[in-house]
Write a new protein. Structure first.
Length: 104
């Protein structure tokens, strides 16, 4: 086959250079997702978007349930947990990047 020994691979193919590994990209996208979802779930239950949503107020029982402050607080708590996970992952990624030896 057309394989070369590892010593003759380019620096990018050996993992050296400026291209980040896929695991860092996945971790970063997950952290950004958690931050975005956390902000959404923390804020939206207390806005008009939630109050005037026809999907939540399609039936009387679902509307009463969605307007309950305890349910809104639970959804906001779910958002705060997402925010904490996102911040923790950003800090972890930042520390890993600072502690890894710089590659040129």
């Amino acid at each position: 086959p057309l394989t070369r020994p590892p010593a003759t691979l380019s620096p990018l193919a050996r993992g050296e250079g400026s291209v980040q590994s896929p695991s860092v990209s996945v971790a970063l996208f997950f952290a950004l997702y958690c931050l975005e979802a956390g902000l959404f779930f923390t804020v939206v239950p207390w806005t008009r978007i939630w109050t005037m949503n026809p999907l939540l107020h399609n039936s009387l029982a679902l509307g009463l349930w969605a307007d309950n402050p305890f349910v809104r607080g639970f959804i906001s708590g779910f958002g705060v947990i997402h925010l904490l996970i996102g911040v923790k992952d950003i800090i972890r990624i930042s520390r890993e990047r600072r502690s890894s030896p710089e590659q040129e």
